[in-house]
Ligand binder design. Structure first.
Ligand SMILES: *[C@@H]1O[C@H](CO)[C@@H](O)[C@H](O)[C@H]1NC(C)=O
Ligand SMILES: *[C@@H]1O[C@H](CO)[C@@H](O)[C@H](O)[C@H]1NC(C)=O
Ligand SMILES: *[C@@H]1O[C@H](CO)[C@@H](O)[C@H](O)[C@H]1NC(C)=O
Ligand SMILES: *[C@@H]1O[C@H](CO)[C@@H](O)[C@H](O)[C@H]1NC(C)=O
Ligand SMILES: *[C@@H]1O[C@H](CO)[C@@H](O)[C@H](O)[C@H]1NC(C)=O
Ligand SMILES: *[C@@H]1O[C@H](CO)[C@@H](O)[C@H](O)[C@H]1NC(C)=O
Ligand SMILES: *[C@@H]1O[C@H](CO)[C@@H](O)[C@H](O)[C@H]1NC(C)=O
Ligand SMILES: *[C@@H]1O[C@H](CO)[C@@H](O)[C@H](O)[C@H]1NC(C)=O
Ligand SMILES: *[C@@H]1O[C@H](CO)[C@@H](O)[C@H](O)[C@H]1NC(C)=O
Ligand SMILES: *[C@@H]1O[C@H](CO)[C@@H](O)[C@H](O)[C@H]1NC(C)=O
Length: 525
């Protein structure tokens, strides 16, 4: 792997820097980060562990857990404190993501804060939630269960099978001694308490500053309602409706997916030189129609080609992963273009190029373990979950079937979090919250941002006119300044503020191109 070798000297240099600046900060001892984490960063990082109670509900136990934490120290004075990040999931690490986005996030938060991210319980190396002894067993179990297959609301046979495979996964998690023990300890309420332990360790004023994206907004809302008096700043960005997250099924998440897809096609037509798909038809409406027709054909007539099958799931998987990220819209355009032109060789090449190099690394069940430990839909049988399946399909023609595996799993899950927030998310935080929603976010609709803002007193919804999932996917000077102002001195934008994107989605630009306009000297990379 030649790229690893090229990066090694840089990461060693950074480690030496970090080691030299190692110091005790409350109860966290900061030192160098792992080589893999350093490799993705362009500025100095520090890593550490914080020891927290393993089970906050068991006051008699002195069992502890080491939560892994990463810090990007500010290089500006005066230092104003720290901002803690969560980038979503649940079930995703957070340290590596912060390391990679550190320079941009420093600029967007004004530069005077240390930036901190912890890998939440259940994720990465922090109390990893894994239901199988090793990947060989995992892959063969998933293969046998044929879990995650697409099953439409009208297809009772496929749905029945999905229910049975979810049953197998649930059983595996319940029977594996390690996951059985950990499953009750990885809920969001415990993670919120871990975050307040970090605040206790690093902040003189004991107050929380936080920026949560996607699932990080569920964590942020939970923090805000559990610790309203300790909130100095909270940005929630790309809001998941936390009522649904905890108490029913996540149906609202896909409310804007079809509209976002329609916008992708409109923007494609507006940039024909950057979007190969635009060559197929003259109007957005007819192009959209052709694509839906194509999907329908693939659903009932999958194509056998060169030893593989191209079906509905193949293309939905590509749409699902690329629609969230305008930077990958050219790939989405090329994939759809190749299918419409019947250039299947090209389609397979695009599909292969999208397999993440990390796909097989760190496989675990954290994404299900945390979500299902938190979720109490109050339904227990196949017949009870069926209406949800059709509700999902009514929300979105494109992604209506994607939520079904999670719904089936959550209905049968046995490992309930020892602590769950069960209230109504009504609170007045010490300082009001900044709530951000994109006009068209395929994964977290604007209406969820408006929903949660209703119950957090004084909070303001900022509408970000960019595409993709959460603000970081599409730059806006206006949004950047609003976030800077909020962290700098607590100023909230006026109610009803709409921030325009700085460039069209096919422009091959990013937030990094806006850094000079946001007052940063750092050169874009
Ligand atoms: C690192 O620490 C050593 C020993 O305390 C010291 O000699 C050296 O100058 C330090 N380097 C930097 C870059 O601060
Ligand atoms: C450090 O940990 C001890 C015991 O675990 C606790 O009593 C103390 O308050 C902690 N100090 C800080 C600054 O968090
Ligand atoms: C934190 O804990 C992990 C896992 O136990 C360990 O590998 C790592 O070295 C620790 N980091 C620090 C800075 O102590
Ligand atoms: C996975 O675990 C099984 C059961 O303990 C064992 O037989 C097998 O050798 C393991 N495989 C690997 C690759 O570790
Ligand atoms: C454009 O779409 C219309 C309606 O679907 C169809 O009749 C026409 O043939 C298409 N044109 C091209 C160039 O594909
Ligand atoms: C299919 O796409 C590839 C790659 O873009 C191209 O080289 C090839 O000529 C195309 N084949 C046909 C039949 O259009
Ligand atoms: C979903 O749509 C179908 C057909 O359009 C309709 O019959 C059904 O009542 C809808 N279900 C819900 C939950 O909206
Ligand atoms: C927010 O969403 C929940 C769950 O969908 C719903 O019950 C509640 O009425 C909504 N609140 C507002 C203010 O829209
Ligand atoms: C996008 O811009 C980068 C440089 O900023 C360039 O290397 C790359 O080729 C461009 N991609 C496209 C598709 O134009
Ligand atoms: C840009 O860098 C110069 C020199 O390091 C510094 O004096 C100036 O304050 C910086 N400007 C901003 C906006 O950070």
């Amino acid at each position: 792997m030649s790229w690893m070798r090229t990066l090694l000297p840089l990461s060693l240099a950074l480690s030496a820097y970090a080691t030299n600046h190692s110091r005790a900060d409350g109860n966290i001892t900061w030192g160098p980060c792992e080589t893999e984490i350093e490799a993705g960063a362009t500025i100095p990082l520090q890593c550490g562990n914080i020891t927290v109670p393993l089970d906050y509900t068991d006051t008699k136990s002195d069992a502890t857990l080491d939560v892994q934490v990463l810090k990007v120290p500010t290089d500006k004075t005066p230092k104003k404190g720290s901002i803690i990040f969560n980038f979503g999931g649940p079930g995703l690490e957070a340290r590596t993501t912060l390391a990679q986005a550190a320079e941009l996030l420093q600029t967007l938060t004004g530069g005077h804060y240390d930036l901190i991210a912890n890998d939440p319980r259940g994720t990465a190396n922090t109390l990893t939630f894994s239901c199988y002894e090793n990947d060989t067993i995992r892959l063969s179990s998933f293969d046998q269960a044929r879990f995650e297959e697409f099953a439409g609301p009208a297809d009772k046979m496929a749905l029945g099978r999905l229910w049975a495979s979810a049953s197998l996964v649930t059983q595996a998690c319940h029977e594996h001694a390690e996951s059985k023990e950990r499953g009750e300890l990885i809920g969001t309420a415990f993670t919120a308490r871990d975050i307040m332990q970090i605040v206790d360790a690093v902040e003189d004023d004991g107050l929380l500053r936080f920026w949560g994206l996607s699932y990080g907004t569920v964590l942020g809302s939970t923090l805000a309602v559990m610790f309203p008096d300790r909130i100095d700043r909270i940005v929630i960005d790309g809001v998941m409706n936390p009522h649904e997250y905890y108490n029913s099924y996540d149906v609202e998440v896909i409310a804007d997916t079809d509209a976002a897809f329609a916008q992708f096609i409109k923007e494609c037509i507006n940039a024909p030189e950057k979007c190969t798909l635009a060559t197929h038809n003259s109007t957005a409406t007819s192009l959209e129609k052709s694509i839906y027709q194509l999907l329908d054909t693939l659903k009932y007539q999958p194509i056998a080609y060169e030893g593989t099958i191209i079906d509905y799931g193949s293309i939905i998987t590509i749409i699902r992963t690329t629609l969230n990220t305008p930077a990958s819209w050219p790939t989405l355009s090329a994939a759809l273009d190749s299918l419409l032109s019947r250039n299947l060789t090209q389609f397979l090449a695009i599909q292969a190029s999208m397999n993440s190099p990390y796909a097989s690394a760190n496989m675990n069940e954290a994404v299900y373990g945390i979500h299902c430990a938190d979720k109490k839909p109050g339904k227990h049988t196949f017949n009870e979950v069926l209406p949800t399946v059709s509700t999902l399909s009514n929300q979105s023609a494109l992604m209506g079937q994607v939520g079904n595996p999670l719904s089936m799993l959550a209905t049968q899950w046995k490992l309930e979090a020892k602590e769950r927030y069960t209230g109504d998310f009504r609170a007045k935080t010490k300082h009001p919250m900044l709530v951000i929603g994109n006009t068209y976010d395929p994964t977290t609709p604007l209406r969820s941002a408006r929903n949660i803002s209703e119950s957090f007193e004084g909070s303001i919804v900022l509408e970000h006119g960019g595409y993709g999932h959460c603000t970081l996917q599409h730059g806006s000077v206006c949004t950047g300044k609003a976030i800077q102002n909020y962290f700098n001195d607590g100023t909230l934008p006026k109610a009803g503020t709409f921030c325009e994107a700085a460039y069209p989605p096919f422009a091959n630009m990013s937030w990094n191109d806006l850094l000079p306009k946001l007052g940063s000297n750092k050169t874009a990379n």
